[in-house]
Design a protein. Structure first.
Length: 684
């Protein structure tokens, strides 16, 4: 049996194509439900629960729970550790898939041998490969990975044959994608896609948790978020309150913690107001796509809502207000992706010859694929784009390389990049391959390297000398890639690079007590870890104003002593002032690298201003690392961080570990740092 699996951040589902009725049908789980929570619970007795049972444990605060792990897919990080074993997002996804497959087989009374699995359109190569591996580890074939908005469009287009250009607005539990699709009779053509794989319904849930916990903390001077089981209970409950606000004008939320009890009323208008910044984040993604394709909103016939989070009434209202287009709610909002995947699975079966003839589907890649190359003047490395984003997949491009006469090398290294920037360090370095097996007699060699996006959006590299294929071997990407920001003619050097580090600390009222003391301890360890003659630190406090507490200095004891000058509310109660311009003025123009580390636990008042300041820092080659504590606005921090993985999120008890991670990354060059000399030139 061939099925389609919607592997979601918060919920997952399985469907198959029923030939008798000529339509996709859902395969219910053991509880008779069409969707299964994407939750795994590890119990103290060693049992591991998946799905509905795990969700119940999560809501009760029982066991060690893993949820929303899809957001970490492909990065290799440890999501949860239990009984001495570490689990990555890929490991957890494999466990979830195994559970989904077993339930679906019981429901259908047949064995599953193949599955088409869905992913967010904006997933990169590593995330797609990890998803495919997770499925294959369950003992099934995964002939295709399909983008979620494309699957939804297939489900919609299978029932509606009228010529239309749709914008599929897919807001799931943990990811957001927007895709423009042209549907004609028998053809579904994806025109372009864009997205944010760390934005989703969970962020709206977090806003509700913040709303009640802030009020509770102000009233009783204790914060329920400080207790992990209580916090988890509130997170699970918040999803239900969000759903209630989709059908009611208000909801009453009870909070009980440390002997204190209170009920808070949240109205739909208040909820929409306090999450407006999240809706605006989706608007930015939509408009970026429209602009990149040279289209206007008038070119869109309908906006098709997909994903459970689009049930919030504010979504359709918001979209209609700024686009002026008709907004269509998919009849199977939660099931459309799984059903589209099931149709795709049938299209890929050997028995679907007639179906393939009547329906053609084409998709695009969400990210440009490039090669690390040298600029024409030979002074810097550049990302030379081979296959542009929103190109049809599969797509292939060949580039000719040469080895100069006199060079007797028998192998070359090739780095593949994914991203839109011309600057390599702004991109994701996907892979390093070593090419060998070519004939080199010293008189010069010419060969071709072929870059390919397959139909799953997965990258493949091949090489040829004439018509003969060459050996292509993958090797790990080095941890230290800062040389990509330097001059290709420079040789490796053991000279240590000077570092200028501005530490910016949120001193608003929410940092009072344990948070500020934990921050001070972490900063002390951070400074001592990196302390050396060529590293200078500055301390900057911010709230409603900004103040340089300590100018750049390489005297460790001076810096350590000045940490005590950081006082909560000394610069106001809120966070209306961004410290980035001040930090830029302190470290800008100094020899070596400039690094800004921001520690905050709240939502800043003037986000747009802060993002503009972050762009100025990027233009000056300054790296920004943002550390979010507690309920910080995660999507905003990722906007101001200037490097991939430059936004970190932690809790008070883990803050020291987070700063240790930053220190390790900075000392190893793992943050993609490029040094600047006094002339402003990149140096290796």
């Amino acid at each position: 049996m061939k099925v389609g699996i919607d592997l979601g951040t918060t919920y997952s589902a399985v469907a198959r194509y029923d030939k008798a009725s000529n339509k996709p049908i859902m395969l219910n789980n053991a509880f008779g439900k069409e969707i299964t929570p994407s939750v795994i619970c590890f119990l103290d007795d060693g049992d591991i629960l998946v799905g509905e049972d795990a969700k119940d444990m999560q809501s009760n605060g029982t066991g060690v729970n893993a949820a929303a792990f899809k957001r970490n897919m492909g990065d290799g990080s440890i999501v949860v550790s239990f009984n001495g074993k570490d689990y990555t997002a890929e490991d957890l996804s494999a466990m979830l898939l195994k559970h989904l497959i077993e339930d679906a087989e019981k429901a259908a009374g047949e064995k599953i041998d193949e599955a088409v699995i869905t992913v967010p359109a904006y997933f990169e190569d590593a995330q797609r490969i990890a998803t495919k591996r997770a499925g294959e580890s369950c003992g099934i074939k995964v002939p295709k990975i399909i983008n979620e908005p494309t699957a939804a469009a297939i489900s919609y287009g299978y029932k509606h044959s009228a010529d239309k250009t749709l914008l599929v607005y897919d807001l799931g539990g943990g990811t957001f994608d927007v895709t423009i699709v042209r549907i004609t009779k028998g053809t579904i053509e994806v025109i372009g896609t864009n997205g944010n794989h760390i934005l989703g319904g969970k962020d709206w849930d977090a806003a509700i948790v913040k709303f009640v916990c802030d009020r509770f903390a102000n009233e009783f001077d204790v914060d329920p978020r400080d207790d992990l089981p209580t916090k988890n209970e509130l997170i699970v409950a918040a999803e239900g309150y969000k759903k209630t606000l989709s059908i009611a004008e208000s909801v009453t939320i009870p909070v009980n913690y440390e002997g204190c009890s209170e009920k808070y009323t949240l109205t739909r208008d208040e909820f929409e107001s306090m999450t407006e910044h999240l809706m605006n984040a989706t608007k930015d993604v939509c408009e970026e796509l429209i602009e990149s394709l040279g289209m206007q909103w008038t070119d869109i016939d309908e906006i098709l809502l997909c994903g459970g989070s689009t049930r919030m009434p504010g979504v359709a209202k918001f979209l209609k207000s700024f686009t002026g287009r008709e907004v269509v709610t998919h009849g199977d909002t939660d099931l459309a992706v799984a059903k589209g995947a099931a149709i795709t699975a049938e299209l890929y079966s050997s028995s679907a010859t007639g179906m393939r003839a009547s329906m053609q589907v084409s998709d695009v890649t969400a990210h440009s694929l490039g090669a690390l190359s040298v600029s024409q003047d030979g002074t810097k490395y550049v990302n030379e784009i081979m296959i542009k984003r929103n190109s049809k997949v599969p797509s292939t491009c060949k580039k000719q390389f040469s080895i100069k006469p006199g060079n007797m090398t028998d192998k070359i290294e090739v780095y593949t990049l994914q991203g839109e920037s011309r600057i390599p360090l702004d991109c994701n370095v996907l892979a390093k391959v070593v090419i060998s097996g070519f004939y080199n007699d010293g008189r010069g060699v010419v060969f071709d390297i072929e870059y390919n996006y397959d139909e799953n959006g997965i990258v493949n590299i091949r090489a040829f000398q004439g018509e003969e294929p060459l050996d292509v071997k993958s090797e790990p990407v080095p941890e230290d890639i800062r040389w990509m920001g330097g001059n290709p003619h420079d040789k490796p050097s053991d000279v240590k690079i000077a570092k200028n580090i501005a530490i910016c600390v949120d001193l608003s009222r929410s940092m009072d007590g344990e948070p500020i003391e934990a921050a001070k301890d972490s900063i002390r360890r951070f400074v001592r870890t990196l302390a050396e003659p060529n590293t200078r630190f500055s301390l900057i406090g911010f709230g409603d104003k900004v103040k340089v507490v300590q100018e750049l200095n390489n005297d460790t004891e001076v810096i350590i002593n000045s940490i005590e000058d950081l006082k909560v509310k000394m610069l106001g109660r809120g966070t209306d002032a961004s410290p980035l311009d001040t930090a830029r003025a302190v470290i800008g123009g100094q020899p070596g690298v400039g690094i800004i580390v921001v520690l905050t636990d709240g939502i800043w008042g003037k986000r747009d201003n802060a993002v503009d300041q972050a762009l100025n820092c990027r233009a000056d080659g300054i790296t920004i690392i943002a550390v979010g504590l507690g309920e910080a606005d995660t999507s905003f921090l990722r906007q101001i961080a200037t490097v991939d993985d430059g936004a970190l999120f932690t809790t008070i008890d883990k803050l020291g570990d987070t700063f240790g991670t930053i220190a390790t990354a900075i000392s190893s060059g793992n943050m993609g740092l490029a040094a600047r000399d006094n002339m402003g030139l990149a140096a290796r």
